[in-house]
Ligand binder design. Structure first.
Ligand SMILES: *Cc1c(COP(=O)(O)O)cnc(C)c1O
Length: 390
């Protein structure tokens, strides 16, 4: 079976990098735990020397992810954060990174508390519009970094427009595609140069493995990132690669169901007397609705709900809701088959100063739902009973 670019998404997800084992015929290839590979003659081998630089199980996962994102090369990492670090490690002192301010907290922290110390200059914009990127970019900018949709307000940024702005000064656009997944949008096909994933989320999909990936479509970037993957060494274990690759086989049907369930949750909760608003990219009330419709084939599995009332009242209602929910688990992270709820102000966004957090709309009455793939009737009944107690 060859890597067939004509295949549909699910066919690629199931077959690329999962060719039956040549030796045994095993339909699911074995996990290659070996750290080293025996050579026939010094320098003469079957393509693998040492598992940090290359491992067949990891390579299968990498080929699959590259194909799903429309890239030519993928490098896998031990976490999404390690993948992110490998992209920034390509920079030199004095280089600027222009990023949307409300990126994943760990990415913000890495830029401010690690890479800034090495002389990289992070610049942040609070505005999702492409023109705000155009206003802040200059010829020292080497990487433009964004997420779309963002967390937890699910703002969408115009990947194609921002790619053009980045390229106008010779910068690369990196898109953290963790929330949308390649099922809903493929940034490399609309101008982005790097796609980064926390495969911990939808790609792994079962909340049982931590991983990351960088995918590119340009040979020079592939070579640079492959060098950094090997030189920095933040690679995933073969077993973790197997787990992620197993998850990917159902990525399309999972993300489709996540999106259907999330939209059904939005419709069910619309107009609820205890809720101020419901945030979902494919709802007409969303500020980026038109772009989200154009850029994403469905709205994804994440929904945020805002409780009514002042700070204290909305926070009390949100906390009571989180304590009362039963089918959903109260936990950080997202993208697994099981539904989760999270209170960003107290949990994931607690380290951001209150004024900054609130200016970005992450207020005390906000609750984020990662809508899973359980039966929708059970999810709706659970939301109803928890809302009744809130
Ligand atoms: C979780 C997450 C990360 C970090 O990934 P880890 O696997 O936890 O290191 C980066 N970006 C986004 C959007 C995430 O949700």
């Amino acid at each position: 079976m060859s890597n067939n670019n004509e295949w549909g998404f699910a066919t690629k997800a199931i077959h690329i990098g999962q060719e039956p084992d040549a030796e045994s015929g095993a339909t699911v290839p074995p996990i290659h735990l070996s750290s080293t590979f025996t050579q026939q003659s010094p320098g003469k081998h079957k393509g693998y020397e040492y598992s940090r630089s290359g491992n067949p199980t990891r390579n299968g996962l990498e080929r699959c992810l590259a194909a799903l994102e429309g890239g030519t090369w993928c490098g896998c990492f031990a976490s999404g954060s390690a993948a992110t670090a490998a992209v920034f490690a390509s920079l030199s002192p004095g280089d600027k990174v222009l990023a949307y301010a409300d990126v994943y907290g760990g990415t913000f922290r890495m830029l401010k508390q690690v890479f800034e110390g090495f002389g990289i200059v992070p610049i942040f914009t609070d505005d999702v519009s492409a023109s705000s990127f155009a206003n802040l970019i200059d010829d020292k900018t080497k990487i433009v970094w964004l997420e779309s949709p963002t967390n937890p307000l699910l703002r969408c940024l115009d990947i194609a427009a921002i790619a053009e702005i980045a390229h106008s000064v010779g910068a690369k656009l990196a898109v953290d595609n963790t929330f949308a997944t390649p099922v809903l949008q493929r940034p490399l096909t609309i101008g982005a140069d790097y796609v980064v994933h926390s495969t911990t989320k939808y790609i792994g999909g079962h909340s049982d493995v931590v991983g990351g990936a960088v995918i590119v479509k340009d040979d020079a970037l592939a070579e640079k990132t492959m060098f950094l993957q090997n030189a920095l060494g933040g690679i995933p274990a073969p077993f973790d690669c197997f787990m992620q690759h197993r998850g990917i086989k159902t990525l399309q049907i999972r993300v489709e169901r996540h999106s259907e369930n999330a939209l059904a949750v939005c419709k069910h909760l619309a107009g609820h007397s205890k809720l101020e608003s419901i945030v979902y990219p494919h709802l007409e009330s969303h500020p980026d609705y038109a772009l989200a419709k154009k850029q994403m084939s469905a709205g994804g599995g994440m929904v945020s709900i805002l409780f009514k009332g002042d700070d204290a009242a909305s926070r009390a209602a949100a906390v009571k809701f989180c304590e009362s929910i039963k089918v959903f688990s109260l936990a950080e992270s997202l993208g697994g088959v099981e539904s989760l709820v999270c209170h960003p102000a107290i949990m994931t966004h607690a380290s951001i100063p209150k004024e900054i957090r609130e200016a970005r709309g992450v207020t005390d009455g906000l609750v984020r739902l990662s809508v899973g793939v359980e039966n929708i009737e059970d999810l709706l009944a659970d939301l109803d009973q928890a809302l009744a107690k809130a």
